[in-house]
Write a protein that binds this ligand. Structure first.
Ligand code: HEM
Length: 183
């Protein structure tokens, strides 16, 4: 079974919210001081909270075998002790993106935007996990989660800046950027 998770914004959590920025679109989350990520089967996933976004880990869509092998060789796991900073970046892509065929999306994602090629330059400092929620009826298509040490905050900002200038982001019509620190 694929792993489902609830991202819960509440008064308290395992992460403390530092800032929330609405970058694209008009969807905002109610203010919450804390964030927790729990398996969807956990009773905590159903407790009333300021907000609750659900998403699942899934299979890869665009990465090729050589890209995946290189990625797996260098990427770091979540939960590193020194990675006390995190970012939750919920993203929705436009109908124009979803109207494309798989090969057309891959051409934009990597041939044009070089998403993975750019991202690889920031590993192993940044640990990442992609969650999908388009088919769950959520307000976003993806929840993207990143962990890094405080010393790498500028590098993370540099990375998101480059991706947001890319051709892929022409198709992003809703994007938030939540920054957090571990408690
Ligand atoms: C840390 C370096 C990063 C690397 C190595 C990386 C790599 C990747 C790869 C390989 C995929 C494709 C997975 C697949 O084949 O299905 C992907 C998807 C994605 N990444 Fe990144 N990424 C990075 C950073 C970021 C950042 C900073 C953001 C957000 C600002 C982001 C947002 C996304 C989204 C939304 C998708 C899904 C795209 C889609 O399926 O349409 N990534 N990433």
């Amino acid at each position: 079974m694929r792993a489902g998770y609830a991202f819960i914004g509440a008064d308290a959590g395992t992460w403390r919210a530092q800032s929330t920025t609405v970058l694209r679109g008009d969807f905002a989350l109610p203010h919450a001081q804390g964030l927790s990520i729990v398996p969807i089967t956990d009773p905590a996933a159903s407790i009333p909270s300021a907000w609750n976004l659900r998403a699942m880990m899934s299979n890869v869509r665009y990465a090729t075998r050589p890209e995946l092998t290189a990625l797996q060789a260098i990427q770091q796991p979540l939960g590193r002790q020194e990675a006390r900073c995190a970012a939750l970046i919920p993203i929705r892509k436009s109908p124009a993106w979803w109207d494309l065929a798989q090969d057309e999306r891959r051409a934009i994602f990597e041939d044009a935007a070089q998403h993975n090629a750019i991202g690889m330059q920031y590993l192993p400092a940044i640990a990442r996990q992609l969650f999908h929620c388009r088919d769950l009826g959520e307000p976003f298509d993806f929840l993207t989660w990143f962990e890094f040490s405080p010393a790498n905050t500028n590098r993370f900002d540099d990375l998101v800046g480059r991706l947001r200038e890319s051709a892929e982001w022409h198709y992003v019509d809703r994007e938030l950027d939540l920054r957090l620190e571990s408690i």
